[in-house]
Design a protein around this ligand. Sequence first.
Ligand SMILES: [Zn+2]
Length: 503
Amino acid sequence: MKKPPGAFEIRETDLLGRIGRLHTKKGTVETPAFFPVIDVYRQEVSPEDLHRAGFKQAITNAYLTLRRFGEEAAEKGIHTITGFNGVIMTDSGAYQILEYGDIGVTQEEIIEYQKRIGSDIAVILDVPTSDTKRDSVIASVEKTLQRARDALPLIKDSEQAWVLPVQGAAYQDLLEESAKRSLPLTEHYQVLGLGGLTIFMETYDYLTVARALITARRILPLGKPLHLFGAGHPLIITLAVALGADTFDSASYILYARDDRYITEYGVERLDRLEYLPCNCPICSRYTPKDLLEMGKEERTRLLALHNLHAIRKAIQRAKQAIKEGRLWELLEEIAHRHPAAYEAFQMLHDHREFIEQGSPTSKGVVRGLKLYGPESTWHPKITRYRRKIEDYLAGRRASKVKLAPYPPDPSQCQPEYNDDTILLYYVPYLGVVPAELCGVYPTIHFNYPRRRVPSLVVAEAVDYVASLVQKYYPGLQVEFEGAGGEGWPSLFNRLLRDKLKP
Ligand SMILES: [Zn+2]
């Protein structure tokens, strides 16, 4: 059965990220998906180029289309006018109207125009701000909400999937208010949008972007796709996917290219400062920075734009595969170390780990071991979940004596047949504790960490955790320690834990 425009199915989840299918009249978009901007005035990158680069969806600007093509676009349709035969999203052009002032296009007109040119996904005429002053942001929130209400009769039963933009993201409290007040409108819109964050992405303030996404995801319905306006760098896209953004649009790939800038996994580089191109895409495999610099401007712009698109697509593909494997946390940990801004945002996730954990599956298909590195690895959602399970277990496991021992390097040496009267708890970095009876359950034999040099912060965290469990579930009981001589973490763990549990 054909799905109505804007229907969204979630196929896989990990953290707050998901792989989904967004249905439109032109076809289905598998999310997470990036919509490259098609500029109706200048097309250095052709629609075929976009297709060849793996993009089956794109976005263009309805207001600029109106200025450039007027009625012709309504007669021929946006797919013909742009030459792009995939799913086309149109932005209303709110930013341009902001820039050029009110030029007599009303919301009603721009909504009608988007319907007439046959957009697949369309945006109402929201009111963004050109700055982040509190007063401007408040005005943007109020006017956008009003427009979203006014638009309801215009978008009803249309062939488009309509985006409800939520403004206010520059301020946590304003975003919260804006999202709560948008909530009653969400049933009339197929896609949710988060705007007002481009300026933060451009200045590498990923912390603000990440906070805004979490706020939006806590309040707005998780069953609807969320579009993050203006996200065009691999770092922020990966982070945003993990925090529940499903679609993205940006002109960054071409804007950077026009400025001779090259997107990398860790930032953006000026072409003339590169000796080597750190990428394997068809462009970078064929040319050196010198070759590109010696070309004509137009050709160089096109090739750089194609590389930039490749870099963005790679981020999307990796995030998808990570969702599929349930390894999104590990991917986040990896990208956190590519830029301090990403690390800062990643650190903040500690405060939201219970919320983020909900989408995280216990294990997927083939059981994959956890890869654990530094202190942040202990916030791995699968560890958060495991620890909750352990607490449930301990809450129901009575004993009159507690034995503590280091987790054996080979878990098959666990002693699960320990007598009922005594509980044997194995302590271990990262997981914290493995009760002898639970040896073998996921992930107690499915985790890898650098055994010979466990970071002392990791040991300290696990010691605190184990001590707190013993005090909580077995208060006042006799505690015995066994077998922790030698080198490495077991002896350190043993010493610190004894200190903590001293009567
Ligand atoms: Zn490349």
